[in-house]
Structure formats: C-alpha cells, structure tokens
Design a protein around this ligand. Sequence first.
Ligand SMILES: *Cc1c(COP(=O)(O)O)cnc(C)c1O
Length: 468
Amino acid sequence: MVNDILRKIPSTNEILEHHKIKELVNQRSRIIIKDVINWATNNFRDKIISNSYQRQDDLKKEDIYNLIIDEVIRYVNSSDRKRLTRVINGTGVILHTNMGRAPLPKRAIDKINDVATSYCNLEYDLTTGKRGSRYDSVEELLIKLTGVESALVVNNNAAAVFLCINTLALNKEVIVARSEQVEIGGSFRIPEIIERSGAKMVEVGTTNKTYIKDYKNAISEDTRILLKVHKSNYKIEGFTNEVSGEELVKLANEKEIISVEDLGSGVLLDLQNFNLPYEPTVMDQVKKSLDIITFSGDKLLGGPQAGIIVGKKEFIEKIKINPLTRMVRIDKMSLIALQEVLNIYIENKNIKQNIPIIDMLTKTTKTLLQEANIFKKMIKAKLGNKIDINIIEEEDAPGGGSLPGVALNGFSLAISSNKLSPNELQNRLRENEIPIICKIKNDEIIISMRTIDRKDYEIIIDAFLRLL
Ligand SMILES: *Cc1c(COP(=O)(O)O)cnc(C)c1O
C-alpha cells in the first residue's frame, strides 16, 4: 500500500513544469526552488512511510502533485517573510523598536551611496597622507553642535555605557539610584551592564526618593563613577525626589570622582518649540558640566544606530584607547549617515523636512486631520461601499525609549468591511507584498496618519482593492 503511494510521487522535473513553480523559478533561481522541491518531496515521503497521513489510500497522483506544489509555494513565501523588507507602520508608534526605530533621512542614504560605493578616507588623513582616525569627522561635528571638549561614537548606546564603565571604573564602584535601574528592550539592564563592565554597582535611595546625601553616604575609596540614567520608558509619580545633574556634578567634583549620564534618546532640539513637554537636550546636559554623557543615534536624534559619547577630553581619550572600543566600533555606513544627520542639525534649517523622526514627532493635529481627510477621500473614490471608514481621534506614541509618559494627540482612520473580520483584515494587510502593520480597536482596524507617508497611500489602497 505504502509502496503504491510512493510510486505516485512526481519527479522533481515534473514539478518544475508546473506554471506556478516556473514563476517561482523566474523570480528566484532554479537551484533554490529545486532544493525546496526536494525538501517538500522528502517530507511527504517521510510522512507516508511513518503513516502520519490520513486517508492515504485514496491519494491520487494528481493530489500528491498539488500537495507538494502547495507546500513548495508556502515554504518560499514564508522564508520571504523572514527577509528584511520595507513595511508600512500604521501603528502611530514613531520610534517602533520592532520596526527599526528611526527611518533614515534621504540625505543620509544619498551620502552613503556617494561615499560607500567608492573608497573613502575613513582612516586616511587627506592633509598628511598618513593614517587618520575614523572618529575625527564626526567628533568635530559633535563638538560644534553640543559644545563639548571631546566625543567618540560606537556601535550603540548600550556599548557606550559599557565602555565608559569598563574604562573608568574597572574593579571599582559605580553608584546609581534605585529608581534609575532601567531596563530597555528586554536586554539592556543597568545592573547587568555595570556588572559585565567589570564594576560593582552600589545602589542608593528608594524606589521613589533619592537625595544627594544618599550618594554622599555611599561614596567610598573605591567609588569611581556617579551614574545618572534617563528613565526612558517609565515615570515615577506621586511623592518623589530625584537628584539633579547639577547636584551630582557638584558632589562628584568635591570627591574627585566622575559624573556620567546615560541620557538615552539624546534629543538635540528644544521640543517645547513644537508644543511638546520639556525633554533635556544633550546641550542642556552638557551645560551642567557632566564629565560624560552618552546617548543613542537612532532615537530622537533620528539617525543611524550608534552610541554617542561626549564629554571631557581627559576621560574620552582613555575610552578611545580601551581595547574593547575596537570591538564595538561603528561601521563606515553608519558613520557616514551620522555625519550627514549631524550636518543637518548644524545647518539648522529644514530639520523637520529632512529628518523623518522629527517630522513625525512634530506633526500638528491640524495637518494630521487634513491628511486623514485626503486619504479617506482617496480610499472612498476607489473602494466606495466596499469599505467603511471613519476618522477618529487617537493618541500616538513617541515609542522606543524616549519621552516617557508623553502621548501625542493624533488622528487615525478606523476601517472595517463586511467581507473580512478585523482580524482577517489585519492579517491579510500584514501579508501584503509591502506589509502594512496596523492595530485593532473596537472591532475596526486603525491606521495612524502620523507614521504613514503620502507615498504609502497608493500602496494601502491597492492592498484594500486586492482584498475586498
Ligand atoms: C535606549 C537606551 C539605551 C540603549 O541604547 P541602544 O542605542 O539601544 O543601545 C540605554 N540607556 C537608556 C537610558 C536608553 O534609553
């Protein structure tokens, strides 16, 4: 019986003749698809032999042929889903940690295209014709922008914090408030980072209140760093007390120890100019004379993934020669992008137009409502009664470890159809060639106007047309 079925399994060549498989071969390559066919055929054979297929007896050759072809198509599609691809973020979360945080400015990409497709002077000094430093160009820009003495850029902010502690407090003590023992994104946890950096964490204060005397009492001969950490993704409310950067700097100076602040998102603009709550800028913190400040390149700065360390030359020089710095160094493409983004800030004009994160963060409700009306009309014109759309007020979020507790008033489209349930609609949009990610609320899918772009409108409409 089993042998009868095994005899009906089509050959690889027969399967390659099917029109859908031919299409896959055209899109990819014969070798890849042949591999998948072999895998699917073997899979099927194993199932038959181990008797894990029901109704084996009535399987016709044609059924087997179709089963294997379906399996091949499913496999190729699902492996495509794992490749990095562009998505449309309809969630209204701007710095979406799962969607790559900050989309890069076009100018940064153009610069990468210009510089990285050739050789470049990454570590070559064009004045002397000798070896140069990969950090020079960006260091100069950071000094100009923030008024620091010195700067260094590494792979990400986690690495920046790690390097500071490892360089300046190895086998010594780092004092940090209990209320600032942050966990970001599940894997960056201050206590663990300090421990792995080779230092001992000394915690002070209580969950809600910390005073300067707590730090003072905890200082010992072994203390090297007073560390302040930005509460990037939570807020402590009610009866609270927190020690300011100024107080910390004063104490550190008295005791000749180093003040370090992990600032998290590192915004360079005064967000109050856009009717947003005050968020300390890098410049504000530099003015408080902290010895070292670290922040991310791809949060509110709106650039590539990077960890930026700014501060006093004496300490930055030590970090530069730590052998571990090489292990977390920034690659040339990120460096080129960061250079261009910093240039945009230095030019100090058209920042909103040039940096997508800043643009999305500062969109007014008036603009969002206008866009919602335009987009709604466009959808209605193409889909008519097949779709039900309302414009609703819905809060958006800065996301990604920035501006904790801040909600942004915004507008979303709430969409439903009697053909597909909200869950089905949400899933099918996610399966679109350019996946469209949206939320569900009150039995409707909702698409935020803040995190989508005009160039996405047609793509979303085409997806609806195909589905409905
Ligand atoms: C985001 C964040 C980090 C981690 O930064 P990465 O650039 O993701 O490595 C560290 N500390 C704080 C306070 C943060 O907000």
